[in-house]
Write a new protein. Structure first.
Lengths: 554, 163
């Protein structure tokens, strides 16, 4: 059957079970959008206010549903606007396929209107990318894009198609496309036994759990493993929820704003078992002194992560789930009484919750939201203080319910991601935590939330400063508040109304509770502007390069 | 720790942009490469890249494991000095009149180089060998009026049949 390049794109999306895409049309993408019109009963396209929002939406959709997120954009600025979204997905290993259109092949390399070499631009922030200027190459480029995005360590892939290719025709037979998965690394059983022996004889072991464990679908195995061997678990931001909040083995978040228990336990451990994590500088703040007494075991599906940031004693190139399934039979049950008594003592040291004045406190906002929402709720954050407060005070219960930009730390990630999550999970509640700084970046997506009737509740922790940087300036820069004490006059309630969003302003806990109750009943999007004190801080904190000895608790 | 010279051979798909993918990776990961060569092989679908750098075990491991993640890379392996042949080509232009020409030719002969171009006031020397030999030759020639040098960078191949 003769199909145009654009029709082939649509057919291949269907072959990969993609029925939901995000994007923004444009000149070079006209043919592609014409085909999307033709396929609109099978492929739903959500138009955002800005391509960045579309990229974050595809990312949020993927994180919430586990499927590959797909985003479309036109050439030039359309494509470059995807960059932050792709980089966000790349740093957090989120499977995404971006399909961009470029100018016709005859104009490539001539600085044509809206021409950009997006494959060059995105080379460092995609797992791979394709420039397609021959229609014969189109089907395989698209199939491979889906394969690469989902295989091994997941991530974004971009396919750039010239406009002429989107119009040309090719004999193409649509059907279910079967593509062999990439080979998985295999860990040998002798190594597994050796590691099991080390775990069985360890007195003070700690599991250092990262996002890779979630990506590997290993939540059940992690829980079983930790329970059987009775090993406390310190998790990264990306691994929030894999070990339930109420599990006594859960030490909480690790690293710069981690709990006292997590960081101290890591410092005292004799054995460290790192599962799907990269010893990032926000966790191994001082790579030479991180878990300094521990023998270190690192399990990662990406071989290049082993020994990248911290030199370990045993590097195991394996999928986390695979590894845990293999090692489980060799793990002896244990109660590790002494170690757990010590852990319980560590857990009693909290960080300060209230640092500023006023009548509304970030910890209480997060706790209220958590208490008033059900267990299936998806929480999405932007980046900054509110992100850390959400991470610290939410009672995380499962792995795909906390969407946050951990690696890249993208302010402005939240609203787009919340839109993607809500589109992907229409029956679940989505709450978006943001700060006034982050929200100013991409609140334009308010129009998208209204257009598609998305009942996302946005909780704005508004302290009128760029809080995280402000906090660093307070602690490390002698209170020299360079460009952070903005005191913007934005009235988010009015701005939201302009978009057609239902809005509330809260200056006290009581007002917030009332507003949130109302928000839960609303049909469309809601913004709650919460005025908090600018002196609120995220605690505990270990300064960059520091160790647990340098921890600031209050 | 003294960094030692490492030679790594990379088999890549012979297609557009492959070299820039590899080079871009080294640039952004901060890997310092001493030399990089790329050429066709007996298989038209495959090109071969040879890189030389100085680094410790961790750098070597990172370069290999990051490189093998690239979709266009088919194989990456280390070539050790004992089990490989390393070669480089040098072209050198020297200003020399007839009075010192024969003494210069003596040096070139000792190093088993060739004089491949000759004019009244200059000549061009061609030499292949281990990079160390070319270094030594250049040092030897420093008392002459060397006006241009071009070296290809190292290319390398393992001895015997690879397992």
């Amino acid at each position: 059957m003769k199909l145009t390049g654009s029709q082939i794109i649509a057919e291949i999306l269907l072959e990969h079970d993609v029925h939901q895409v995000f994007g923004y049309p444009g000149g070079a993408a006209l043919n592609v959008y014409d085909a999307l019109y033709e396929y609109k009963d099978q492929i739903r396209h959500v138009v955002t206010a800005h391509e960045q929002g579309a990229a974050h939406a595809a990312d949020g959709y993927s994180r919430a549903t586990g499927k590959t997120g797909v985003v479309f954009a036109t050439s030039g600025p359309g494509a470059t606007n995807l960059v932050t979204g792709l980089a966000t997905a790349f740093m957090d290993s989120v499977p995404m396929v971006a399909i961009t259109s470029n100018v016709p092949d005859a104009l490539i390399g001539r600085d044509a209107f809206q021409e950009i070499c997006i494959t060059g631009v995105t080379m460092p922030i995609t797992k791979h990318n394709y420039f397609v200027n021959k229609i014969e190459d189109l089907p395989m480029a698209l199939h491979n894009a889906f394969r690469i995005a989902k295989s091994g360590r997941k991530g974004p892939v971009l396919v750039d198609v010239t406009k002429d290719v989107t119009a040309q025709t090719l004999d193409y037979k649509p059907g279910k496309y079967e593509m062999p998965d990439d080979e998985q690394p295999v860990v040998d059983i002798d190594t597994v036994k050796k590691i099991a022996d080390m775990i069985n004889s360890a007195k003070r072991p700690v599991i250092y759990l990262g996002g890779g464990a979630g990506n590997s679908g290993a939540a059940d195995q992690v829980n079983e493993f930790a329970a059987k061997a009775h090993i406390p678990v310190a998790h990264t931001l990306m691994a929030a929820g894999i070990i339930g909040y109420e599990n006594p083995l859960n030490l909480g978040i690790l690293g710069m704003h981690g709990t006292v228990a997590s960081n101290k336990a890591m410092d005292r451990a004799d054995l460290l078992i790192a599962l799907g994590t990269r010893f990032s500088d926000r966790v191994a703040l001082n790579p030479k002194k991180f878990a300094r007494k521990a023998t270190k075991i690192q399990v990662d599906i990406d071989r290049s992560e082993i020994n990248k940031n911290v030199i370990v004693d045993y590097g195991i190139n394996s999928d986390v789930k695979d590894f845990l399934l293999k090692i489980m039979p060799y793990i002896e049950e244990s109660d590790r009484k002494e170690w757990m008594t010590e852990i319980d003592e560590l857990k009693k040291i909290p960080g300060d919750k209230r640092c500023g004045g006023g009548e509304l406190f970030p910890s209480e906002i997060v706790e209220t939201v958590c208490d008033k929402t059900d267990k299936d709720t998806i929480y999405v954050t932007d980046v900054g203080q509110h992100q850390m407060w959400a991470a610290q005070y939410l009672k995380h219960k499962s792995t795909d319910k906390f969407l946050t930009s951990g690696g890249l730390g993208t302010m402005g990630y939240g609203y787009g991601a919340a839109i993607g999550a809500q589109i992907g999970c229409p029956d679940k509640r989505v709450v978006h935590f943001t700060g006034d700084g982050s929200f100013h970046m991409n609140l334009n997506e308010g129009c998208t939330a209204v257009s598609y009737d998305l009942p996302i509740i946005t909780v704005i922790m508004n302290n009128k400063v760029l809080g995280m940087v402000y906090q660093w300036q307070t602690s490390f820069y002698g209170e020299r508040y360079s460009c952070t004490d903005l005191d913007r006059k934005t009235d988010f309630a009015k701005v939201g109304k302009g978009f057609g969003v239902k809005t509330f302003t809260a200056t006290s806990q009581k007002e917030f509770e009332a507003a949130f109750e109302q928000a839960l009943k609303a049909k469309g999007p809601v913004w709650i502007d919460c005025h908090i004190d600018k002196e609120e801080r995220v605690l505990p904190m270990i300064p960059p390069g520091g160790t647990t000895d340098d921890m600031i608790i209050g | 720790m003294a960094f030692q010279r490492e030679v790594v051979s990379i088999f890549v798909d012979n297609q557009a942009n492959v070299l820039s993918r590899v080079v871009s990776l080294y640039g952004r990961r901060g890997f310092n490469i001493d030399s990089l060569t790329v050429s066709a092989t007996n298989n038209p679908e495959v090109s071969r890249i040879t890189i030389v750098f100085h680094g410790d075990e961790q750098t070597l491991d990172q370069i290999i494991s990051q490189t093998e993640k690239l979709e266009v890379v088919r194989d990456v392996f280390r070539l050790t000095p004992d089990e490989s042949v390393f070669r480089e080509l040098l072209l050198m232009k020297v200003v020399v009149g007839k009075e010192s020409r024969s003494s210069l030719k003596e040096i070139v002969d000792i190093y088993r180089g060739k004089i491949i171009d000759l004019s009244k006031e200059s000549l061009i020397i061609e030499m292949t060998g281990e990079p160390g030999k070319l270094d030594a030759f250049m040092e030897m020639m420093s008392c002459y009026d060397v006006v241009e040098v071009c070296r290809t960078g190292m290319t390398a191949i393992g001895r015997g049949l690879r397992k």
